[in-house]
Ligand binder design. Structure first.
Ligand SMILES: [Zn+2]
Length: 472
């Protein structure tokens, strides 16, 4: 099977996804900062990373997937104090919420999920290594900075031209907490403790403080994947300075190439606008569920756009995703019915008629193309099934191939099959309406339908019952 290709932000070219050790594809994803709910823009990145992993695994490689939890930084400290909670209790709460959302979106769990607070020691050791090599220096207040001019390759990922890096003496800058820097481009590896940090400080050879945010990803990725590994990933907003700084810290310390490939997904727009607090469009998975859509419909929407193109999220696109998933589910039911329990699929890992679907995914995760081909194949199979041209054995093989394809997309139907949870009152009205209809009391049924409409729910009759959906 040909290796999947992916656009690498470092070389700016398509590169084959291979394992440098010939066996396991080792990759790192910058994880969430746990100080509030992740929004759907964050989840675009996590869903696309999940798809990447599934495609690599479908290509026959094993994976080792590491994704961190940022549980100490300015935002987590500030917010925990505003809420009067310990940093640990505060970040644990949001980490749990993040995990619940990931599960609902059917994201595969990373093999290792290290947290910054649990890895202070290896971060301190990495800083010491950089100081010893002359790539970092201790400022008067006990903060430690990376000396950007000491790393000749600085800017190779973002193609930052020398003129864009301001090497002006940092004293001329207004930033109050970083006045000790030699140069404005230098960034903090260790932040000396300040009063507003409260009890959140750890010991180090330079006095108590906490690691700088960029550092944790270098330290933890190398800890679990080795000093050189296959791929590093995050949203495009992390490319500079975060990923540039990670490269500098890691390669300066080890003298080896850090990540071989770099994978960035582009922004999510909401109804044509950038996501922002001021626009009030930082929607979360809960917002999606509150409007009656399943997490799987959101997964579908987030996958449906090619990851290098901005994706415009609309509430309408969730409606379309819901219909698309229903159709995929129907095909699954038809194939399951056509292949009875006694027919087991031939032991092959063939994609069958879904080969073009996999090929499109393996071509730089071209998801729009892949979904188009999925529906083309589905249409053909439906026609063959209707014409009774599919034997039980063939249906079993098709079902097995179809299951493999659904696994690569990460689509499941369980949540989609269940109607969106309606309040008890709404359920009761809908049940009463159904009974009225069965009793041919259509006037009462209509009156109950009107009540449901007023409550924001629409009811649709199905073969053996009814379906409640929130009216959008
Ligand atoms: Zn990171």
């Amino acid at each position: 099977m040909a290796e999947p290709l992916l656009y690498d932000s470092l070389s700016r070219s398509l590169q084959p996804l291979t394992a440098s050790d010939g066996e396991t594809f080792r990759f790192y994803c910058c994880g969430p900062t746990v100080y509030g709910p992740a929004h759907i823009g964050n989840f675009r990145t996590f869903v696309i990373q999940d798809l990447l992993r599934r495609v690599v695994e479908a290509s026959g490689l094993k994976t080792k997937h590491v994704r961190n939890i940022t549980d100490v930084d300015d935002k987590t400290i500030r917010q925990s104090q505003t809420e009067g909670k310990s940093l640990q209790a505060f970040t644990e709460y949001w980490a749990e919420r993040f995990h619940a959302d990931c599960e609902a979106l059917n994201l595969l769990e990373p093999h290792v999920e290290p947290s910054a607070v649990d890895h202070i020691e290896i971060q301190v050791r990495l800083i010491q290594r950089l100081i010893d090599k002359g790539n970092a220096y201790v400022a008067e207040d006990g903060s430690v900075y990376f000396r950007v001019t000491s790393f000749a390759d600085y800017g190779k990922l973002s193609r930052l031209h020398e003129r864009e890096i301001t090497t002006a003496p940092a004293g001329t800058l207004q930033s109050d907490d970083e006045y000790d820097r030699e140069s404005a481009a230098d960034f903090a590896l260790w932040k000396a403790h300040k009063e507003e940090d409260g009890p959140n400080a750890w010991p180090s050879p330079w006095g108590k403080g906490r690691p700088g945010w960029h550092l944790e990803c270098s330290a933890m990725s190398m800890e679990y994947l080795g000093e050189s590994f296959d791929l590093h990933s995050g949203g495009v907003d992390l490319l500079f300075p975060h990923h540039e700084n990670e490269i500098a810290q890691s390669e300066a310390a080890t003298g080896k190439p850090f990540s071989r490939l770099w994978f960035h997904s582009t922004h999510l727009l909401v109804e044509g606008h950038k996501m922002s607090k001021s626009l009030g469009n930082l929607f979360t998975l809960q917002d999606v569920k509150d409007r009656g859509f399943s997490p799987m419909a959101l997964r579908y929407v987030l996958i449906a756009g090619q990851y290098r193109q901005p994706l415009n999220f609309t509430w309408d696109s969730l409606n379309a995703a819901r219909s698309a998933l229903r159709r995929l589910q129907q095909l699954h039911q038809s194939l399951s019915a056509a292949a009875d329990d006694t027919s087991s699929p031939s032991p092959s890992s063939d994609w069958g008629p879904f080969q073009p679907v996999y090929d499109a995914l393996a071509n730089n995760l071209n998801t729009p193309d892949a979904l188009g081909k999925l529906f083309t194949a589905a249409h053909q199979i439906e026609r063959d099934l209707q014409a009774s041209q599919v034997t039980r054995e063939a249906a079993a093989d098709l079902l097995a191939a179809y299951d493999r394809v659904l696994t690569v997309f990460g689509f499941t139907f369980d949540t989609e099959a269940a109607p969106a949870a309606a309040p008890a009152e709404v359920e009761a009205l809908a049940a009463a309406r159904w009974q009225a209809k069965q009793a041919r009391d259509f006037a009462r049924a209509d009156a109950l339908r009107n009540q449901l409409t007023e409550l924001g729910w629409s009811v649709r009759d199905a073969k053996d019952g009814y379906e409640l959906t929130p009216a959008n």
